[in-house]
Design a protein around this ligand. Structure first.
Ligand SMILES: NC(=O)c1ccc[n+]([C@@H]2O[C@H](COP(=O)([O-])OP(=O)(O)OC[C@H]3O[C@@H](n4cnc5c(N)ncnc54)[C@H](OP(=O)(O)O)[C@@H]3O)[C@@H](O)[C@H]2O)c1
Length: 271
């Protein structure tokens, strides 16, 4: 379980152990997605420690209303874009050799799940040519913080399809799936009237438990492997329904542009 906060991680692990983990065990890996260098180091630490990696779920994200989400990192990139897209990209890219190795020997079922968001549907037209595009602030729009969040989640869809195409071309049988978990009651504490918001959200949002269902389906359902032709590079809405996403989320040109600019950015910062 990769996460940044040790005490929260230990609390979660204790809970998992008390609920019963079967024959397995859960171990914490420190991962702060904000800094691409730290992300690469964490992935390398994992590779040094483990022989295989069957399922990678990129779930963590900086949400709207989180302090610091409008700030830029020392690399001059928006903290939200770095956490929600660049970090998971570097983590996945660094772990890819181990994921690929895990496919060898037959009978494997290796998957990458990118948790993204249906908020991308509301975005205006965007480009990903360079750092300026990555840092778009949407100040001209009615709700800039919403657009900035959506803009940091759109790459999850684009890159999932592009990565799937690249893996298919190399005959690597990894399944890549992008997921929208639904509107999930996890953010009331960041809203103006937390108690009231919690109560309101309960009336229409999923519980955190239900919010995990589509990610779990993508990560572990035997259906996804049995019908991999359908699910490879797909985008799933709750619960496990194959969807399309916005028109620009389906654009191979935009995905290629994003991938190329990401590689250039990472080269520039020497990651
Ligand atoms: N909730 C919704 O309605 C909704 C809707 C669409 C999509 N999603 C997506 O679902 C996923 C889970 O969201 P959630 O609702 O569970 O949000 P959440 O309760 O705010 O959880 C986000 C998690 O991301 C972690 N995180 C934030 N910044 C990080 C960083 N720099 N490095 C490592 N971990 C970091 C947080 O860690 P700390 O505990 O240390 O803060 C937290 O555990 C996200 O990808 C989100 O975009 C959620």
């Amino acid at each position: 379980m990769a996460s940044r906060n040790e005490s929260k991680a230990m609390g979660a692990l204790t809970q998992l152990e008390s609920e019963g983990l079967g024959t397995g065990s859960a171990i914490w890996l420190k991962l702060d997605l904000l800094d691409p260098r730290a992300v690469k180091k964490a992935a390398e630490e994992f590779i040094g420690r483990e022989e295989r990696l069957d399922i990678l779920v990129n779930n963590a994200a900086m949400m709207m209303g989180v302090q610091g989400s409008f700030e830029k990192t020392e690399d001059g990139i928006s903290a939200m874009f770095s956490t929600n897209y660049i970090g998971p990209f570097v983590f996945t890219r660094t772990l890819l050799p181990l994921l690929t190795k895990t496919c060898q020997g037959g009978g494997s079922d290796v998957r990458i799940v990118n948790v993204t968001s249906a908020s991308h549907m509301a975005l205006p037209t965007v480009r990903f040519r360079d750092l300026n595009d990555f840092n778009r602030d949407f100040k001209e729009r009615i709700y800039p913080s919403f657009d900035r969040y959506a803009h940091s989640k759109l790459p999850g869809l684009l890159i999932s399809r592009e990565l799937q195409n690249r893996l298919d071309a190399d005959n690597v049988p990894i399944i890549v799936v992008a997921v929208h978990p639904g509107t999930v009651n996890t953010f009331a504490h960041r809203m103006p009237f937390p108690k009231l918001s919690e109560w309101l959200l309960r009336t229409f949002a999923s519980s955190p438990d239900e919010g995990s269902w589509t990610s779990l389906f993508a990560a572990a359902s035997p259906i996804v492997l049995a019908e991999s032709g359908e699910y490879k590079g797909s985008y799933l809405m709750p619960v496990g329904k194959i969807s399309k996403g916005s028109k620009q989320a389906q654009s191979p040109e935009l995905a290629k542009e994003l991938w190329a600019s990401t590689e250039i950015f990472l080269q520039d910062i020497k990651v």
